[in-house]
Design a binder for this molecule. Structure first.
Ligand SMILES: C[S@@+](CC[C@H](N)C(=O)[O-])C[C@H]1O[C@@H](n2cnc3c(N)ncnc32)[C@H](O)[C@@H]1O
Length: 402
């Protein structure tokens, strides 16, 4: 039997394998952890300024470190809240209370819907009831209620999954509501089982999750150690990875939609401004890309000039500004590790790793790879078809503030 068949593949990956698109890999964090253990004995807390699904928290909690995690995309943040060991006991209690109340769960009379929208009217009404029910079972803890609800809302969505592009959902289509309650029970049981298995392995339960754009973050704490991984410049909109869940947050839960203006790597370039890019490596890449466009067809040239060049310029500029902001949150002599993959565009390597080294050196840090390896990345076009640009260099960069 396929588990969690009816919820989005992002959450299925997170629930069953603790991984989703662009998560840290265990071997990457092992390399960092070994370096930390062999070099420093004063590590108490690890900061991640762009923490995604909390892969760093999940790993370092097992090693006995506290963590502070900042994330801009709300569903990724709520996932962190769900797996934060600090919350496990309360979440288990809420799940038990919801399961014990099964005969009073809201009834969804409609059997199906066909809609052009992500959610049809009956689903919207039902999700509202479900949220109210979870809120009541949780003694009005809205943070934990939202965290429990979100991974399940795609069960009620009218959408078509793309097997070739995981950040893309086509909205509209058919949705059957039949058996939603069995699916909800399955989801709650799997979540509970997973949290109970995890909790025995955590050695430290003190972790903070902060929902914020790093650029607007105002913190009194300064950090001595950080471990992070930037969004990739692959024209994907990270907010779209959770389009379904963000729709629910924006339309049912929040009073005002999230502003993804400074989502780094986002594919939207229109009307955005960027400033001076100080990294030599980024500038050489940008010039090479423009030079290459001159040898291509008129259409390709126009695509590069109007889309790809502004896109990469914006990416490198935003990354530079984000790391400047990160620097302002670090103590003197701080140490950081950044896991990064270099993608390829039009046969040109996008020098993300080397640009990050430039950015930190320009800020007065020492910055070098402690590990670089070739990884095979299966392209978007299916697992069997390895594309020519599927070889990436994965860098683990260590930076030391002087
Ligand atoms: C590569 S992912 C991190 C994944 C993480 N290492 C993990 O294992 O779960 C990069 C994250 O940066 C976040 N991000 C992008 N721009 C941001 C910003 N301005 N402030 C905070 N987070 C941001 C994205 O939403 C994305 O979740």
């Amino acid at each position: 039997m396929i588990q969690l068949e009816n919820i989005s593949h992002v959450y299925r990956g997170l629930l069953l394998r603790s991984r989703a698109f662009a998560s840290f890999k265990r071997d990457e964090l092992d390399i960092i952890s070994e370096d930390i253990i062999s070099q420093y004995n004063d590590v108490d807390e690890i900061f991640d300024p762009m923490s995604g699904y909390g892969g760093g928290m999940y790993y370092f909690a097992r090693k006995g470190y506290k963590t502070t995690n900042v994330e801009l995309n709300p569903p990724a943040y709520y996932w962190q809240v769900l797996i934060n060991p600090q919350n496990t006991e309360s979440i288990i209690k809420i799940i038990n209370s919801i399961l014990a109340y099964r005969d009073k769960w809201p009834i969804l009379h409609e059997k199906f819907s066909i809609s052009d929208e992500i959610f049809a009217e009956p689903a919207i009404k039902h999700i509202r009831f479900l949220y109210e029910m979870i809120l009541n079972r949780s003694k009005k803890n809205d943070l934990l209620s939202i965290s429990i609800l979100l991974p399940f809302v795609s069960r009620f969505a009218n959408y078509i999954k793309s097997s070739t592009n995981i950040t893309h959902f086509k909205h509209g289509g058919f949705c059957s509501y039949v058996g939603w309650d069995d699916d909800f029970e399955e989801y709650l049981n799997i979540l509970q089982e997973r949290l109970l298995l995890d909790v025995v392995n955590f050695k430290e339960s003190n972790h903070k999750n902060i929902l914020s754009d790093l650029m607007n973050l105002d913190l009194s704490d300064k950090f001595k150690f950080f471990v992070t991984s930037p969004p990739y410049p692959n024209y994907r909109d990270y907010s779209k990875l959770f389009k379904i869940e963000n729709w629910i947050l924006d339309n049912i839960i929040y009073s005002k939609p999230t502003d993804f203006k400074y989502m780094i790597g986002s594919n939207n370039v229109s009307g955005k401004k960027f400033g001076d890019i100080q990294s030599n490596k980024s500038n050489i890449f940008l010039t090479t890309l423009l030079d290459k466009s001159k040898k291509l067809t008129k259409k390709s040239r126009r695509d590069i000039e109007t889309y790809y060049h502004p896109y990469f310029s914006q990416y490198f500029y935003n990354l530079q500004e984000a790391y400047k902001k990160l620097d302002s949150l670090l103590e003197r002599n701080a140490i950081g590790y950044i896991v990064v993959n270099d993608n390829i565009t039009r046969d040109i390597i996008i020098p993300v790793g080397a640009s990050i080294c430039d950015i930190f050196r320009n800020l007065g840090f020492d910055a070098d790879d402690i590990d670089a390896s070739q990884i095979n990345h299966f392209g978007n076009i299916g697992k069997m078809a390895k594309r020519i640009n599927s070889q990436h260099t994965r860098h683990i960069i260590k930076v030391c503030k002087k």
